[in-house]
Write a protein that binds this ligand. Sequence first.
Ligand code: FES
Length: 369
Amino acid sequence: MTPTRPIPAEPPRDLYGKDRPDRATRVLELIAETRLRWTTFVNRKEPPTLVDDFRIPLVVVERRVEAHDTDVISLMLTAPDGRKLPEWRPGAHLDLELPSGRVRQYSLCGDPADRNAYRVAVRRIPEGGGGSLEVHDALTVGTPVTVRGPRNAFPFVLPGYGSSAARVHFVAGGIGITPILPMIRMADRLGVDWSMVYVGRSRDTIPFLSEVEGFGDRVTVRTDDEHGLPTAADLLPGVGPDTSIYCCGPVVMTQAIATAVRDMPGVELYSERFSAPPVVDGTAFQVELARSGEIIDIPADKSVLEEVLKVLPTAPYSCRQGFCRTCKVNVLSGDIDHRDTVLTSDERAAGDMLICMSRCAGDRLVLDL
Ligand code: FES
C-alpha cells in the first residue's frame, strides 16, 4: 500500500515558482520582454478600416463652393469615429444614400492617398431628378450620410503601368473634371507625359479652376463664351498613335471624341459620360405598372426609366448607364430585350431587368412597380 502524505493547509510557497526569481531568470525575462516590445512595435497594425462594410456611415465635415457661379459644391466626408476609409484609385465613385432615400453616384475627386476623407463634388441641376438639389440643400456640415463603395467603373491605366501608350491626354467638360482630377494628379506625380483640355460654358461655371490651372501649361482651358463650341480637333490637340485619351463630360462631347478617334489608329479611348447613352435601334412599346395598372408608352428613342420617372418620380435609379443595378425591376410578363452587361443569368431567368438600358422584345412588359 502506498503511504499517503497529509494535505497541507496552504499550497507550498514554491508551487507556482519561487518567491523571487534568481538572477539568471531575471536576465532571461528582461530579454524576453524587450523582444516582445520590439516585435509588437514592428508588427503594429493600422487602425481597423471599414473595408468590409458595404455601407459606410460618414459625416459631412467640410462644404466648399468650387465654381464661381456657386452651382458646384464639394463635400468632404469622414468616418464619425475617425477610422480609416477603404482605399480607392482614380476613376472610382461612391453611391451616396441621400436623406430622401435617393441614391446618386459621384466620382471621388480628392487624393487617393488620404485615407481619412473622401471628397465629392456636385453640380446643382434644377431640371434633374432632384438628387443634386438635395445634396446642395440638405447636406450641410455635420449631416450624417451613408455611402456605398468605392467602386471603379472608369479605371485609369498608366503608361508603363499596364498601358502601352507613351502619353495620356485628358479631356474634361465642366463637372466631368471630378474623375479626371485624381488621374492628372497621379500622372503628374509619376512623371507621365500628359496634357489636358478642360472645357465649359464660361470660366465662372468651371469647377476646381485654380486647382487645375496649378498644373501650368499642360492644361488648356477653353470656354464656349470666349472660344466658341470646341471641335474634336480642339479637344484632341497633338493626339497621336502613342496616346491614350481619358475623357468625361457631356454626351455630345464624348461622342464627338469617340467619332474622331475611330480614324486615329493606335489611340486608346476611355470615357465616362454623365448622362444616359442614346437608345440605339429602339422600337416603341408599352409598359404596365402592375401596382397601379398605369400604361406608359415608351417611344423608340427613350428608355423605360426615363418614361417611368414621369409618372413615378420616386422610382430608384442612379447611373442611368447600366452598371449600378439600382434600377433593377422584376418583370411579371413580357419578353425582355436585355441590353446590360451586369445582370447574372439567374437574375435574368428570374425576370429581372435594368430599366435604364433594357427594352421589350415584344409589345408590352408588365413591371412589378
Ligand atoms: S440606373 Fe444604374 S443600372 Fe440602371
